[in-house]
Design a protein around this ligand. Structure first.
Ligand code: SF4
Ligand code: SF4
Length: 467
């Protein structure tokens, strides 16, 4: 056993509402069109490389940037560029360029799936009658893949990850190739793979660890090979015991137990936030304004690992995502969808709404963003479409109860930001370290006056950074 169990006394115990946790991932039909914002990542927006009327293939790069902190955008279907326009990106609170692609009848893929290795293994495993033989076959296959990865050059791997447009799929969307090139003066000794999924409702990462555990582990190994840290911690909350056992068993089979272990963490919000995670797994504190690499750590999400595996072993760029569609929807579930699919098309596949009055949230109830436009697409940042019954409560006055201060995992004073932003005192926001806010939403959750504190914080941050 490589499982290390860690308690976490702070944080919020939220109602989990993980109604889709036992629902296997289903691939949705190809959409009739996709909308691809040219900024789906942290960093520089990409420049469009195609024009209206051009024919594009699935997996073709349609937008890219020379900037180091950026990630290319691929066409996620085969079709024709039907429109180029500007749109509001509710996830980043900004205006971005976007391209719409209308599907043609036949799918034509740009990338070559060089090896359907995982499908073959799955099929072979179904043919075994003896469990021990199946386990041995699986262990041999994983070792074979690992030895193939060991034969690759690190620069080649980084270039594949970059060209595949891979970004942090837990929501932060930081370009993964940048994380694979830490500055020379930063020694990385630990890699944390984030499988916490601490937000209520969302179950996409949980299903990845159960159904695509091998790809996830291979992806983690790819990062391990490039970064060469001493230790890899796969961090999973203890409400996903089946995922903990599956990943632990795969580590044992792969012969990686010396450097890889599963860390079982108490299910508390916001355990999956990068800084909280590092504090709990390694007892290290990321300095104010600092990054995980300042304390020798790189954190990657489980979905990002799977995407790296798909890119390195199969040549597949980031054109699809596993997401949960949940809440007040007729047929909730976990689905593989093409990036750029409009929310309206996905909701139609899920049987539509169960409530007349509702909010559509991209992401979970704590950190997600409300959208009032059903044609907004699923981007690289989206891991959930949540339909909440009813409308948000009206904002009241601050009664200075201090609950937001008590709950803040970053030891900030959230009520002050509301006041500063309302009175345009943005310098005070800076003085009170608004940039340290991880936008976890805990303060707004506990506020008895229903003040949308995070919305004020986001406004304060965007005015200070000019974005
Ligand atoms: S101030 Fe930021 S970090 Fe603190 S509870 Fe609110 S959202 Fe979370
Ligand atoms: S929780 Fe709400 S009402 Fe209480 S101090 Fe914070 S902002 Fe004010």
């Amino acid at each position: 056993m490589t499982i290390k169990r860690i308690k976490f006394t702070a944080g919020l115990k939220l109602p989990e509402n993980k109604i889709t946790e036992h629902m296997p991932v289903v691939r949705l039909d190809l959409p009739s069109k996709v909308v691809l914002p040219l900024q789906q990542h942290f960093g520089q927006q990409c420049n469009l490389l195609v024009k209206k009327g051009d024919t594009v293939r699935t997996g073709q790069i349609i937008a890219d940037s020379d900037s180091f902190i950026s990630a290319p955008i691929h066409s996620t279907i085969t079709g024709v560029v039907s429109s180029v326009f500007k749109m509001i990106n509710p996830l980043a609170n900004s205006i971005v360029d976007a391209a719409e692609i209308t599907a043609s009848e036949e799918e034509d893929v740009q990338y070559l799936p060089v090896n359907q290795v995982f499908e073959e293994i799955k099929k072979d495993l179904e043919g075994f009658k003896d469990n021990n033989e199946a386990e041995k076959y699986l262990a041999d296959k994983i070792k074979e893949i690992i030895s193939r990865i060991n034969g690759l050059d690190n620069e080649e791997i980084i270039s594949i990850v970059k060209n595949a447009g891979i970004v942090g799929l837990g929501g932060a969307t930081f370009p993964t190739h940048v994380k694979l090139r830490p500055p020379k003066d930063k020694q990385i000794d630990s890699l944390i793979i984030n499988g916490c999924e601490c937000e209520p409702y969302i179950t996409a990462d949980h299903r990845i660890m159960l159904e695509y555990g091998m790809q996830m582990l291979i992806g983690a190994y790819i990062f391990y090979k490039v970064l060469n840290p001493g230790k890899v911690y796969i961090a999973i909350e203890d409400n996903k015991e089946d995922a903990i056992l599956n990943i632990d068993s795969l580590i044992a089979k792969s012969g990686l137990s010396k450097s890889f272990c599963v860390v079982s963490l108490k299910s508390k919000y916001p355990m999956g936030a990068e800084k909280t995670l590092i504090k709990n797994v390694l007892k290290r504190k990321v300095p104010v304004g600092g990054l995980p690499l300042d304390v020798g750590v790189v954190v990657n999400n489980v979905g990002t690992c799977k995407a790296a595996c798909d890119a390195v072993l199969r040549g597949q760029p980031l054109i699809e995502k596993i997401i949960s569609v949940t809440g007040a929807v007729s047929n909730p579930g976990n689905f593989i969808v093409r990036i750029g699919t409009p929310v309206s098309e996905i909701l139609k596949c899920c049987g539509g709404f169960k409530s007349e009055i509702r909010e559509i949230i991209l992401g979970g109830p704590m950190m997600g963003n409300d959208i009032n436009e059903e044609n907004f697409p699923v981007t690289k940042a989206v891991s959930c479409i949540l339909i909440k019954r009813g409308l948000p409560r009206n904002e009241g006055h601050c009664i200075r109860c201090g609950r937001c201060v008590d709950i803040c995992p970053m030891n900030l004073m959230p009520l002050n930001y509301v006041n500063f932003v309302k009175n345009s005192k943005f310098d005070m926001c800076r003085e009170y370290h608004i940039s340290s806010c991880i936008e976890c939403g805990s303060c707004a959750y506990v506020c008895p006056s229903a003040i949308p504190i995070v919305a004020y914080i986001k406004t304060g941050k965007s005015i200070l950074t000019g974005k």
